[in-house]
Ligand binder design. Structure first.
Ligand code: PHE
Length: 455
């Protein structure tokens, strides 16, 4: 059974698939507005440090759990802990959480599809700037269109997963990631050459240290975890498709650096344009669906064709980025169902489509007909987003890193990290990595957690 499992082709394939998971709405939608809200360059510097010292060790821990156990995320914990009941329960959560996230992630993906269609019709160019942000509210609060778009987006992503690890996920990421980098570079060039863009570039390059508070650190770390797809079973699952001989330090560092690079490129693609149009940089989650279309509308007054093309490229980039991430979330549940109940990949995909489609429908409707249904003042969508990205993600990442640092024997971890002593450099830096996994990362996560809730 074990050797029948599919594997990624080689190092590049692993990096592209993992980077595909990592690079997503977190980079294009969340990162720029977090930078805008938390002190520009100061936030970026904290973010880079947090990624290297904390997220990368957690990432390595998840890859090791996956590759060592060579099974889906639920059974990985069970197998490596010799069926300890606590870790079996933890394993179950690693299936549940990504499935929840996939549900609302695909709703946002659906919005991007709608915005791509709007771009084709030059909707932003034709709408006066002051009215553009109203398009968003009108769209999300309607009943049917957001639902249809959500299901279309989900179906397309699940379709790729149904193709299998190598001929679905790997093939798709190999094409989509390079395309994505080209798309964002195109937007970046457009953005930084707009009159008045200099202020946005300066904003990203000049740290405002006065804005740094303990919360900034917490946000930077939380954002970095989300962006690297940690705490969701996705990296554990992808790790289980990595060849035993692969150098996991190289693949993990390659993924983290691509993700970082993409986030920074996205910042430079969005902020200069936002400044050029005179929009508030700290506009929050509405940034890409409200502030950015405002830019297109304003710029469209002089150069309508170019503005229309750039807006289509922008939303296409978001769709591609979100799809590869959604694919990795869906694959967690699919690999579990296939290995647990022995059903085919195709059937497992249908089950996942049913679950995420239904939950996503509730999330989508929570902007319209179900907006009155709230728990603790939050709509269904907000509640899911809040629980998953502020609570469950951190708890799961903590459990994964504690599992590797405290439950697995040091010799096993060393063996995995060096791919059975194949890589001398990994062997040399192992004591540092071990220290980061055992002490630094867990302590940091606990601190973020409390900062989020207490401060
Ligand atoms: N990393 C993805 C992003 O930046 C989100 C994601 C989280 C994907 C967890 C998979 C698992 O958008």
């Amino acid at each position: 059974m074990a050797d029948k499992r599919e594997k990624f082709g080689g190092r590049l394939a692993v990096i592209l698939a993992m980077a595909g998971s990592a690079i997503g709405l977190g980079n294009i939608w969340r990162f720029p507005y977090m930078v805008g809200e938390h002190g520009g360059a100061a936030f970026v510097i904290v973010y880079v440090i947090a990624t290297l010292l904390i997220s990368l060790p957690v990432f390595l821990a998840e890859v090791m759990i996956g590759r060592r156990s060579h099974t889906n995320a639920r059974d990985a914990f069970a197998r490596l802990s010799r069926h300890h009941p606590f870790w079996k329960g933890v394993g179950f959560l690693t299936i549940l959480i990504p499935t929840l996230i996939a549900s609302y992630y695909s709703v946002i993906g659906g919005w991007s599809v709608e915005y791509l269609i709007k771009s084709f019709g030059f909707a932003f160019v034709r709408t006066p700037p002051e009215e553009v942000s109203g398009l968003f509210g009108a769209f999300v609060s309607s009943t049917w269109m957001p639902l249809v778009m959500h299901l279309v987006f989900l179906a397309a992503s699940v379709g790729v997963v149904a193709g299998g690890v190598k001929s679905g996920i790997e093939k798709f990421s190999k094409v989509s990631l390079p395309v994505l980098f080209l798309l964002i570079l195109f937007i970046l060039v457009y953005s930084v050459t707009l009159p008045g863009a200099g202020a946005g570039v300066r904003y990203l390059l000049h740290p405002d240290w006065s804005q740094l508070t303990p919360r900034t650190f917490a946000y930077a770390m939380g954002q970095s975890f989300f962006s690297l797809s940690l705490g969701m079973g996705a990296i554990i699952t992808y790790g289980s498709y990595v060849n035993k001989k692969e150098n996991i330090l190289a693949t993990s560092a390659g993924t983290a650096l691509s993700d970082l690079l993409f986030a920074i490129l996205a910042g430079f693609a969005i902020m200069p344009a936002v400044f050029a149009a005179g929009v508030e940089p700290g506009a929050g989650p509405g940034l890409i669906f409200q502030s950015v279309p405002y830019v297109f509308s304003k710029m469209g007054a002089d150069l309508p064709l170019l503005s229309g093309i750039v807006s289509a490229v922008f939303f296409l980039a978001i769709i591609v980025a979100a799809m590869t991430s959604l694919i990795s979330l869906v694959e967690v549940g699919v690999s579990f169902l296939m290995e647990r109940s022995g059903i085919s990949r195709g059937k497992a995909c249908l089950v996942l489509f049913g679950i995420c489609g239904t939950l996503g429908t509730l999330c989508s409707l929570s902007f319209g007909p179900l907006s009155g249904v709230t728990v603790a003042g939050m709509t269904i969508f907000d509640l899911l987003d809040w629980i998953c990205s502020n609570v469950l993600l951190l708890v799961m990442a903590l459990l994964a890193v504690v599992f590797v640092g405290w439950i697995l024997p040091r010799s096993v971890v060393r063996d995995e990290f060096t791919s059975r002593e194949m890589y001398a450099f990994n062997d040399r830096i192992f004591p540092l990595v071990w220290f980061l996994i055992k002490w630094v990362a867990p302590v940091a996560v606990v601190i973020i957690f409390f900062t989020n809730f207490i401060l």
